[in-house]
Design a protein around this ligand. Sequence first.
Ligand SMILES: [Zn+2]
Length: 1033
Amino acid sequence: MDPFDNINNDHASLPRNMIENSMFEEEPDVVDLAKDSAAFPAFPALEPEEVVYEPRSSRLLVRGLGEAELDDEEEDYESSARLLGMSFMNRSSALRPSSSPYTRQALPRSCSRPSGRTVAVCVFILVLLVSISMVLYLLPGCTFTKAGCHKSNSSTPMELVYPRATNGKLFPWTELRLPASVRPVNYDLSLTPNLTTMTFTGHVVITMAIQHDTKRIVLHSATLNITKATFKLGGAEARQVEVLEYPAWQQIAVSFPEELRAGQTCELSLGYSSSLSHSYSGLYNSSYTDQSGARRVLAATQFEPLSARKAFPCFDEPSFKATFLIRVIREPGYISLSNMPRSKTSLLSGGLQEDEFERSLNMSSYLVAVIVADFTCVSRNVSNTLVSVYSVPDKKEHTHFALDTASSLLLFYNSFFDINYPLKKLDLVAIPDFLAGAMENWGVITFRETSLLVRNQSSPLDKQLVASVIAHELAHQWFGNLVTMRWWNDLWLNEGFATYMQYLSLDRQLPQLDAGNVFLSVRLEAMAKDALNSSHPVSTQVTSPEQVEEMFDSVSYEKGASILLMLNSSMPDGQFRKGIIKYLSRYSGSNTVTDDLWNSLTRAQVPAPSESVSDMMNTWTLQKGFPLVTATLQGRNLTLTQEHFLLSADNSTHTSSLWHIPITYVSDNCSFAPSCSQMFMLKNKTATVVLPSSVLWVKLNYRNTGFYMVHYGDQGWARLTDALSTNINTLTHQDRASLTHTIFALSRLGRVTFRQVLSLMSYVTNETETAPLLEALSQLRTVYLLLDKRQEQGLASRMKGYILEVFRPAMDVQGWGEEESVSRLEQRSALLEAACALGLQNCTQQALLLFNQYSAPNSTTRIPGDLQGVVYRAGAQTDAGWDFLLQAYGHASDAAEKRRLLRALASTQDARRIAWVLRAGLLGQDIQTQELPLVVRAVSDGFAGHLFAWDFVQQNWDQLIEKFPVGSYAIQSIIKSTTSQFSTQAHLEQVQAFFSSLKQRGSQMRSVLEATETIRLNQRWVDRILPTLQRWL
Ligand SMILES: [Zn+2]
C-alpha cells in the first residue's frame, strides 16, 4: 500500500508489550508468528495450534472449574497462561504436568550458545520473568480468576474463561491470532453488491485442510450477518452447523463434538449479508459526479491490512494463503473487475449478470479485490500481459501517461527480478474515493485519482508522483504478492522493498523524472523521525489491530528503503540483485521473515562475504534508531566512534546499541567522484582508520547512502564550512544537503551551537542545486514556524528577513513561464512558495497578477502545475479570490489541480473560512473526507489556523476515528500536523491531557508518544537557541 503523502510517524513499544515479549523469549515453544522467527523457520511445521497474542483490551480469560464442555482445551489453558505471565504460578498438577514441554525446554533453547553475553541475558530475563510473574500474580493477577486472589500455595486450579459469543454460548478461542490447526485451501466466493440499496449479499465455500487434530474452526468475520452455514467433512454429507460469533475480536467459530483429524479436508459454506461500508475499508460504496452533473455510484474494496473479513468470512492473516474463485453479480450497466481475468459472464433471472473470474494463484486475503463500476479503460499488450488503466468515463483522456509508465515499468521488473509477472492481465484502476495513495491488489491495483490520472499537459511534477506510485505498486506484485511477509511485524519486507524499488526503477527507466532528489529527502526525513525515543525497530512485535495499522509508517517504508540502499551500496556490483532474484524464486508463492531475505543475499555473494548479511542488517532492523558517528582527524589518523543518535538527551535513556556501519568517506584530496569514496566497516564502539596521507578534512557518508549521521567536532565543521564557502563544488549536492541536515540535527541534540549552524548556512547564497537548497529552506522554515507559533513575533520577523537574505539569489533567478526539468520545477515551486509566504514583494505581486488573469471572467489562462500552489494561495487571501477558488474547486476535473485548490482554500487566515474548511472536510459533501488529513495539515501551517486545527481535532475525535481507524496513517498524520509546532509547557500539558482522556479511543497510539516527545524537544531546542538568535539575527 502507498499512503498518500510522506508518512510521518514513528512509534515506540508500549511497556506492556515489552513485558509480553520478554515472556515469549523465555518460552520458545509458544508458537509466535509475530516474532522475529529465526527460531521457527517454516510455517507449516508449527506444532500446536495455539498462536498467542494479547489484545490491548484483553478480556478475562480464566474461570473457575466446573464447565465440562471445554475440557479438551488444555492447550488453551497453557497458551493463555503463558500469555498472561502465569507460567511460574502454582497450578494443579492434574491440569498441569510438571514435565510441561515449555518450562522444560525454555532455558536450553534460549541459551543454546552460552556465550558470556547470552548467559547474562538469560539470567537477566529469568530474573525479570520471575519478578514480573510475582507482580502479575500479586497484583493484576487477581483479575485473572473468578475466585479472586489466590495465596501462593493455594491448590485451587484455574481454567480458561472463554469469552461469550453473541448467542450467549462460550466462544471456543481466546486469542487475537487464529489457531494454526486449520488452513484454507480455496475460497469459492460470490458477491452481489446492490448499488441502489447500498447493501450486499455474499456466499463463500471455504475448502480447508486440517493441520492438527482439533474440535473447532476459527476464522475472521466482521460486520457480516451470517444467514446460513453448512459443513462437510471429506466425502460426507453437508450438514447445518451453528456459527458462534465474537465481534470484539472479529472472529467466528464452529465447534464440533468430535475431533477433526489432521490430514482431513473439509468445507464450510456460509451465506451472509451486510451493508456497503461508508468508510474506506472493506467493500465500500463510492460516488462521483459526472460531466452532466449526475451522481454515479460504484463499489470498491480496500482490504489491507484487516478488512477482507468485512467482505467475506476468511482466515484474514497474511500467512493463510489460498486460491480464490470469485463471482460478482451486477446490474448490466456496470462492469466488474477482480484479481484475475474474467472467464465468463452469465445472464441471471431478473436481468442481472454474473461475471466469473479465473481461479487465482495462492495468495493472502488482504490482496483480494473486487470493483463494480461504470468505468472505461485503455489497454495494451505487454509481453503476454494485458495492461489496462481504468477510470470514470469522463477522465479516459487522463489515463495514457499511466498506461505508458506501467507498460515500461512492467518490462523493467520482469527483467530485473528475472521472474515474469505471473498473471495474464494487470489492471490499474483510479477510484474517485480512496484513502491511501494506492493498493497493490494482485492483478487489479487501485489508486486515488491523483496517484494515477494526469493529463498530457500536466506538470512533470504530477507525472513524477504518478510514476512513483505506479513503480511502488508494481514492485509489490513481486515483493508482497508473490512473496509475502509472514505477519505484519515484518511489513517492511513489503513496504521498505517496494519503496526502494520505486526509486531504483524510476532512476533506471525514467531518469528524466529525477526521482533521486525525492529519495534523498525522504531518507533525511525518515532519520529525523527515527531520532526520537518513540521510534521503533523496523521489525516490531504487533498484536492488536491498532498496532498493525501503526506499522504503516515511515520506519517500515522510508527507513526500510534506506537500509536497503545502504546494503546495496556496500555490496559488490550486481550481487544485491542476484540475492533478491534468489529470494523471490526460492520463496515464490509463500511467506517469509526478514532473515530469509538476509540469508538469500548472503548466499548470493561470491566470494562469500566476511560477515553474513544478517549479522550486519540485524543491527539495523532489530533495534530502533540509527548511529551518530563522531569523526576525529589527527594527522593521518581518523578515529570513529559510534553512539545511538537519540534526541531526547535524557540520561536514563542511554542505550548500548551498536550498529555494523558501512562507513564511506572522502577527503579534501579527492571528494567529488565516486572513485574517491573509501569504505570501512565500523562494528565496534570505536575504531581508527589510518589514511594514506594527511588531509585537511574528511566528509563521511558519501552521497548520504548510509543511514547514519556524522559529527566532525568543532574543527571539522569549521573546515567543511570553509571548504564549501571557497568552492561549492568540492562536494556532491547530496553531500551538501546531508551536511545541512546533519548540522541542524546536531543543534537539536545540543552538540553544535546555533552559531555554527548559521555559519554553515552562509554558503547557501552560492547554492544552485535543488536538494541542498530545499533542505536548507525546510530546516530554516521549521525554525521560523516554531518562533511564529510561539508568538516570538520580533524574532520570527527577523528570521523571515534572514531566510529571504540567504535565499534571495536563488529566489530572484526563478522565472514564471513554462519549464520542463523536474528538478528545476521542484526548486522553483518551493522557493517561490516560501518567497510569497514570507512576503517578498516581487513574488506576491507576480502571483497576484497571474491570479487575476486566471480568475478574470471568461479567462482561458492556465497556471503551470508547479506554480498553481503559490498563485492560488496568493488569491485565497482575499474574499473574492477565496470564493472564486471554492467554485473552481467544485468544477475542477484534474485531480492534482483540485488538491492544490484545496490547499489554497485551507491556507486562508480568515477564521470563519478556516472553520468552514475543516468542517466541510469532516462532513464529506463539499470536500471529500479522504482529503481531511491534507486540509488539517494546510490549516495547521498557518498562524491563524494552527490553534483552530488542534481544537478541531479535540472536539471531533470520535468522528475522526469513525472515518479513519485508530493508528492509521490518516490519524498519524492529523496528530502530527496539529501538534508538531507546539513548543511550550502549556501546549504540552494540553496535548497530554487530551490524549490520556481518550483511553481505549487512541491514548495508547505511538503517534501520541511521538507528539509529546516532539513538543518537549521543540521546547528545549527553542529555549536553547533563543539567545543566539537574539544576538545574531
Ligand atoms: Zn506499498
